[in-house]
Design a binder for this molecule. Sequence first.
Ligand code: ACO
Length: 276
Amino acid sequence: QDRANGWGENVLVDIEDGIAWVTLNRPDKRNAINPGIVWEMNAVLDAVEEDDAVQVVVITGSGDAFSAGQDLKEYFREPDAGPPLDRERLYRANAAWQWRRMMYFPKPTIAMVNGWCFGGAFQVLIGCDLAIASEDATFGLSEINWGIIPAGIVTKSLAEVMSQRDAMYYIMTGETFTGAQAAEMKVVNMAVPASELRARTKKLADTLKEKNPFVLRSAKTAYHHVKSMPWDTALEYLMAKSDQTKYRDPERGDQKGMQQFLDDKSYRPGLQSYDR
Ligand code: ACO
């Protein structure tokens, strides 16, 4: 691991066959998010964004945890006792990677939830475009159990992805739910047996690798922006975004796609991707 680049102690990165496997690596502390993870994740996201060898990013945790949420000692107790500006800077840097960078990350991202997932870890989970959990992973909005509300921007994210009944239930009771339940509630796309988790995640990443990366990026950005737009504005925006995507796409995928279907008859877009 390259510590000179700003990670390697709390976060590991393995790039293999177009996929960056980013692992939160404090297994003894159940990968609780401390300032070290915050600074290292900001550096990692900058690096994998720029690295042409990376097409898809997977975030996971080492040992038996995805992440036990924010570190109660290093993220709360210690900064609470320090200078307020340092605390603010830390919290801003945390929101930067967990929310803003993840939501608008230009490459596809997948959360691979291998175990415990509590509190602040939900922001990482929801920040990823897609999520796959081990059926026996354990999720919980445990904030209420120690006397705080789900903050950072977790409550806002929950309101986007969970139904009101589910969100309020788990926010208010602090009860846990399993990966299988998370899939039923659509907090993750699917849950699979632990033994299949990595292979299933790789399969999903491989599917994303076949797609046109420039168009994938536009599709993600458009989804997040139109959510909060009025309908008329959304139509204008999407028409403009679509033209921008077509004409700025370095591989002019739409032309290839049309030619391979209409002229060459070499594939059917309803059933697969064009040959890039
Ligand atoms: N913050 C700080 N330290 C943590 C955290 C955390 N969020 N989670 C685990 N640890 C530490 C423990 O203090 C312990 O440290 P020690 O070995 O130095 O004593 C070590 O990790 C192992 O923890 P255990 O509780 O012994 O592990 P176990 O496997 O029995 O339980 C579990 C795992 C259920 C995740 C438990 O550690 C736990 O409840 N953690 C807190 C979960 C939580 O509420 N997170 C905060 C959410 S709120 C927010 O993120 C804003």
